[in-house]
Design a binder for this molecule. Structure first.
Ligand code: HEC
Ligand code: HEC
Ligand code: HEC
Length: 408
């Protein structure tokens, strides 16, 4: 007789006479045995029939067979709309016979095709230092700057893409969400602009054309924006530690970086304007997002080569991971030397002519952090030296110079 348990366990939850209607008559017979006859007192209009107590239209298509490419709608065969739900690119149309998009696929503007994402990445940094840029650094504030007040920098800094959009390209949603660089401006990561739109935004919307960047410069920037951004979360964990393989990175570092930065990363090569914070170990730990960008696109205006066309993202991650293991600061300055006396001796013996007044701003080797033994050996003739042999140089002189250099 009644099988209430089976009714209520039906996967289609047949609440008597309602939910199963129209789903499948098979279900009615197999899954939903009836409780008596709910149609007993129901009278239906016209050709409707009573199913589970409800009047429904007959399935007009039940006995209709349509040709290929057609489907039955209300008992009539109509062509299937193959283009329904198909979205074609600009300049293309959907072919109703096949449902495929036809017509000329839109091509990127020629300027974009010819552009260099690697150069665009360098321009994202201090663009006025990038070779080929004829414009000079602006001295006024960028027009957008007035719409924020939290970042108090001024002048050329306000024209660097990175100052507003961040080294991680995520603007106020990334590393610049807090701190002195916060502006509140959005990032550009994940932008959906077309090549032409990106170009127009940068040249006209941001007035970089007026600032003196050429169309070719701006296409390079657009190409960087659309093809060369990375999600820094792919190579950095939540603790800002790079997630590559340090051993693999060391091999790259030793062949590609050590010649300029020294094996320990504590030599700042001449040509830039930074000193202590340009140590490889320091910058990779202090600002990993900036570090990955510098690795990929180089240091604008210096001999530092970009790795963008050399290493894939894993290679960058490995190199950055090894870099984070390098020392972040010079080892403890030598004790015993007299820095003031050392500075005087350095000046009196003409070292600045080649090594620069600060020990690291000449054309010859960077001396910051030079050990007393090296200074002694270079200047007493024990080792070859691009500079002079100093008659009578003592260990104490070398100690004094080393103490002064270490404190710079
Ligand atoms: C002074 C701050 C500032 C600087 C510098 C700046 N931007 Fe922007 N950028 C913005 C703001 C604000 C927006 C959003 C409003 C707008 O598009 O006008 C934006 C929007 C964008 C967009 C559009 C993103 C999207 O999906 O809508 C791109 C692309 C872009 N910037 C690229 C650049 C590039 C490349 C540079 C360097 C050449 C740069 N920006 C320099 C502030 C800046
Ligand atoms: C041909 C010499 C040269 C080579 C090779 C080189 N660099 Fe540099 N690098 C420089 C110079 C010059 C600077 C600018 C220093 C400054 O800003 O004072 C620089 C700057 C940097 C900076 C930015 C420092 C800052 O303060 O912004 C980082 C990071 C860096 N180099 C890492 C590397 C790594 C890692 C490699 C290996 C892939 C490498 N460099 C290879 C010459 C070189
Ligand atoms: C005529 C230019 C010139 C003068 C002047 C000069 N040097 Fe040098 N120095 C060089 C050059 C070039 C190198 C790099 C090549 C080499 O090691 O010989 C160098 C290298 C060094 C080194 C080795 C640095 C390193 O990283 O290994 C030390 C130390 C040094 N100089 C100290 C001095 C001191 C101290 C004076 C002043 C008494 C001085 N130099 C004056 C040209 C000069």
């Amino acid at each position: 007789m009644l099988n209430a348990k089976r009714i209520f366990q039906s996967p289609l939850t047949c609440r008597v006479g309602i939910a199963c209607v129209g789903l499948s008559l098979m279900v009615l017979t197999t899954g939903c045995p009836l409780l008596g006859d709910p149609c007993a007192d129901v009278t239906c209009d016209g050709d409707q029939t009573c199913v589970l107590g409800t009047c429904v239209d007959p399935d007009a298509c039940a006995n209709v067979t349509c040709d290929a490419g057609e489907e039955c709608v209300n008992g009539t065969c109509v062509s299937v709309d193959l283009c329904a739900g198909v979205t074609c690119d600009a300049g293309q149309t959907c072919d109703p016979a096949t449902g495929a998009c036809v017509g000329d696929a839109p091509t990127d503007p020629a300027g974009f095709v010819a552009a260099s994402a690697a150069r665009g990445g360098a321009l994202y940094d201090k663009w006025w230092n990038v070779p080929g840029v004829t414009a000079t650094a602006p001295t006024d504030d960028h027009a957008f700057w007035a719409t924020q007040s939290t970042n108090t920098r001024s002048g050329s800094d306000t024209w660097r893409c990175k100052e507003c959009h961040g080294w991680d390209y995520k603007g106020a949603n990334g590393a610049y969400a807090t701190g002195s660089h916060f502006t509140g401006f959005a990032g550009i990561f994940g932008t959906t602009l077309t090549a032409q739109e990106a170009f127009d935004t940068i040249r006209d919307g941001h007035a970089f054309g007026t600032a003196g960047l050429t169309d070719a410069d701006i296409w390079d920037l657009a190409k960087f924006v659309l093809t060369a951004q990375i999600d820094t979360d792919d190579i950095l964990d939540a603790n800002n530690t790079f997630t590559g393989v340090a051993a693999a990175g060391q091999a790259t570092y030793d062949t590609s970086c050590a010649a300029c930065h020294a094996a320990d990363g504590l030599t700042v090569p001449p040509g830039g304007d930074d000193t202590f914070d340009a140590f490889v170990g320091f910058l990779s730990n202090d600002n990993p997002a900036e570090f990955q960008h510098k690795l990929r696109f180089g240091q604008p205006g210096t001999a530092m080569p970009a790795q963008f066309d050399v290493l894939d993202l894993d290679g960058i991650a490995d190199l950055a991971t090894y870099s984070q293991t390098l020392p972040t600061e010079l080892t403890a300055p030598p004790t015993g030397g007299d820095a003031v006396a050392g500075e005087t001796w350095y000046g009196a013996n003409g070292c600045a002519a080649c090594h620069g007044a600060g020990g690291n701003d000449g054309f010859a080797a960077d001396l910051t952090g030079a050990a007393a033994a090296t200074i002694l050996e270079k200047n007493d003739g024990t080792q070859t030296h691009g500079g002079p042999v100093i008659d009578g140089i003592t260990q104490a002189d070398a100690d004094n110079v080393a103490a002064w250099l270490a404190g710079l």
